[in-house]
Design a protein around this ligand. Structure first.
Ligand code: 3PG
Length: 306
């Protein structure tokens, strides 16, 4: 079996070694395509592979159909909005993710961004502390739960909105369940976004919600740029000079926002949330094991296109 790891943003070398070990033990061949510059390179590398491991790499119908032998695609990470599920399903190809494997890394970055925002980008002026401030978590999945755990350590008051998560789960984590999106934004000084990019969530956070935030509100996005209505965000920042937006997922209008709003906005140059050795090892090796388990034993526990 041939397994291709195709990563525009590569895993740490130690994670690749871990993946290689899993493949060697299974008697599979590992092909590596890192930092590729064009889709053509990816299409070429797909030619006779049986399995594919990617991160945020775009796996569209053309990529899927470039591999006649392809049986499984594993997105080493949580969000699989980069994979064309319909095209994969049409060919009977299994698509999986590795939920939870990189979530602590993303959650820790939320606090990197939060501290930077409330300390005014370390510009020498007096900022504020996170202790006793309100934090609203928009979606209480694996990352949201890690954010809540860390926020408790900071002494924050934490609430969360997630129609798919029972109130008891939040209560057990010491988190107040919120049932309206308006309340989540109106009642929390800091809001951290963790919703996936789906048809229901794309452009769902815009001016109306952002301007509900209390004075000095900070919106943190380590999820997906697509969930923000970028025009609405610009309008909200214009209307409310006290609000800040910090993101690990650079919006398409980043340059415009930076020119207009200066240090009230901040974007990491590349998506860095899951870019730790630990997260790479966890997600990369989980992906490798899931492939072996699927190809050898038909196990598809983490299949997302059932
Ligand atoms: C995820 O969905 O797992 C995170 O957004 C991390 O994505 P990345 O592996 O492309 O950094």
């Amino acid at each position: 079996m041939k397994v291709l790891v195709a990563t525009e943003k590569p895993f740490a070398a130690v994670a690749v070694e871990g993946i290689r070990k899993v493949m060697d033990e299974a008697g599979y061949e590992l092909l590596l395509l890192e930092k590729y510059q064009s889709k053509e390179q990816l299409l070429e590398a797909m030619a006779d592979v049986d399995a594919l491991i990617v991160r945020s790499d775009k796996v569209d119908a053309e990529v899927i159909n470039a591999a006649g032998n392809l049986k499984i695609v594993v997105r080493a990470g949580a969000g699989y909005d980069n994979v064309d599920l319909q095209a994969a399903t049409a060919r009977g190809i299994c698509v999986e993710n590795t939920p939870g494997q990189n979530s602590n890394a993303v959650a820790e970055l939320v606090f990197g961004l939060a501290v930077m925002a409330v300390r005014n980008g370390y510009n020498g002026t007096s900022g504020s502390e996170l202790k006793e401030k309100t934090l609203g978590i928009h979606a209480f999945g694996q990352v949201g739960r890690n954010v809540a755990r860390i926020a408790k350590g900071f002494g924050m008051e934490v609430s969360a909105l997630d129609p798919f998560c029972p109130d008891e789960v939040m209560a057990e984590a010491g988190v107040k369940p919120v049932h309206s999106v308006e309340s989540l934004y109106a009642d929390n000084k800091i809001v951290s976004l963790h919703i996936p990019a789906t048809d229901a969530t794309r452009r769902s956070v815009g001016r109306d919600l952002i301007t509900l935030m209390p004075k000095g509100g900070v919106l943190i996005n380590t999820a997906r740029k697509e969930v923000i209505d970028e025009e609405g965000l610009a309008q909200a920042l214009e209307q409310r000079p006290d609000i800040k937006y910090v993101a690990d997922v650079k919006p398409d209008n980043a340059d415009e926002l930076t020119a207009r709003f200066g240090d009230r906005v901040f974007f990491t140059p590349k998506k860095m949330g899951a870019q730790t050795s630990e997260a790479n090892i966890n997600a990369g090796i989980a992906a490798a094991r899931q492939i072996v388990d699927f190809l050898n034993n038909g196990v598809d526990t983490f299949r997302v296109n059932k």
